[in-house]
Design a binder for this molecule. Structure first.
Ligand code: PHE
Length: 384
């Protein structure tokens, strides 16, 4: 084994490239110290030091460090391991030079690694990590009532119905008189009305749309009338002074109550499920004759109004003993209404129905409080 020092050319020439910013003020004195020992290690050290101090990235730094000081194959490590083969005098100068070189190179490696890591961190903190997946912009979705309305309109579209829009600020004649509400009839009081200047009002139901459509169009008609309606109600958990309805109207020759029943049953099954139990009971509305109400059996007590839990039996807490809940109003269009729009009740007949969207949404999703629909609380809205 010889004591010939390692040379500059034992390392790749491109280690000299780059700006060795971390070589520091001591660099010159270190070179001088190696020269002074007369050991001939200065050239090697110069290139090794530059190679570490100017390593372009962490991977290059690691590779260079391993080449110099790696436990297995590092060339400085290799020389240190064979010191014992040298004469005592050689061992002294070479050992001193090698140990200094190892210490300084280790120091330079540490400084360069710190600098490279800090640069990486600064780059990602400034939002420039191109490897991160992009951020999706927050986008909302349809309001739960909008979703139900879309679904119902889709269903009626499949049955051949088109949408007809009519105004929210309505004339009294369309909201009441032409729908066969006699003047001063108590049926008007049931629609607590918001009046607007000039004999106008905020429509209390979507049925005025029928009159407008029939005045404009000739039978056969199959139309649906979605929209917002207003009533001056005392607001509580199940009443709001604005809500949404969809009316339906079918006018043609030979339209009968059987057509109405068929349509309503198919509607109820498709929104509430195949198994749903329904009943049609008579009820008064001025604009239909006969008038009917479609009820669905309470999902909890199956229409009995009572529940048995173990040994105890009692009133069903959900429908409060009624057994049924009202889903919509319906009936055959009153001959007075047909005449008021210029149709001949001897030639055409029609059925109509009207439902509240809030009520359907509440039944479908088990929503206990109608005010939630308008509060714009995302914690509520995001659930649907
Ligand atoms: N317009 C009625 C209401 O709002 C509902 C209804 C529509 C009843 C169609 C019968 C036929 O109360």
């Amino acid at each position: 084994m010889t004591a010939t020092p390692l040379a500059k050319d034992d390392l790749p020439a491109d280690w000299d490239q780059g700006d060795p910013e971390t070589l520091g003020a001591e660099h010159a004195s270190r070179l001088a110290e190696l020269e002074a020992g007369g050991s001939g290690w200065a050239g090697f050290y110069e290139r090794a030091a530059r190679g570490l101090a100017a390593a372009p990235d962490l991977a290059a730094l690691k590779e260079r460090h391993t080449r110099l000081l790696g436990r297995e194959r590092g060339i400085v490590t290799g020389r240190l391991a064979t010191l014992g083969d040298l004469t005592a005098a050689e061992r002294k100068t070479t050992g001193r030079a090698l140990n200094l070189i190892k210490r300084w190179l280790t120091e330079l490696e540490g400084e360069r690694r710190g600098a490279l890591e800090r640069a990486l961190e600064a780059r990602s903190a400034s939002g420039f990590d191109v490897t991160l997946p992009g951020r999706r912009p927050w986008i909302g979705h349809r309001h739960v009532l909008g979703q139900i309305q879309d679904e119902l309109l889709d269903l009626f579209h499949g049955l051949g119905y088109s949408v007809y829009s009519s105004p929210e600020v309505e004339e009294e004649a369309y909201n009441f008189a032409k729908l066969n509400f006699p003047p001063d009839h108590p049926a008007r009081d049931a629609h607590d009305t918001y009046w607007v200047e000039g004999g106008h009002l905020l429509r209390t139901h979507t049925s005025p749309g029928w009159v407008r459509a029939m005045e404009e169009l000739r039978p056969p008609l199959k139309l649906v009338f979605p929209g917002r309606v207003y009533r001056a109600e005392q607001v509580d958990a199940s009443h709001m002074d604005q809500f949404h309805q969809i009316d339906g109207l079918c006018v043609d020759r030979d339209v009968s109550m059987a057509d109405l029943k068929g349509t309503l049953n198919m509607f109820a099954r498709s929104i509430l499920g195949r198994e749903v139990k329904t009943r049609l009971i008579p009820i008064y509305f001025p604009f239909v004759e006969p008038g009917a109400q479609l009820d669905v059996a309470c999902a909890i007590c199956d229409g009995t109004g009572r529940i048995t839990e173990g040994a105890t039996a009692g009133r069903c807490p959900v429908c409060k003993g009624a057994g049924w809940s009202e889903l919509l109003g319906a009936g055959m269009v009153h001959p007075h209404v047909l005449r008021a729009v210029g149709y001949d009740p001897e030639q055409v007949t029609g059925f109509a129905f009207g439902m509240g969207l809030e009520r359907i949404a509440m039944a479908r999703h088990g929503i206990p409080e109608i005010r939630l629909f308008l509060e714009n609380d995302l914690r509520f809205l995001e659930q649907f």
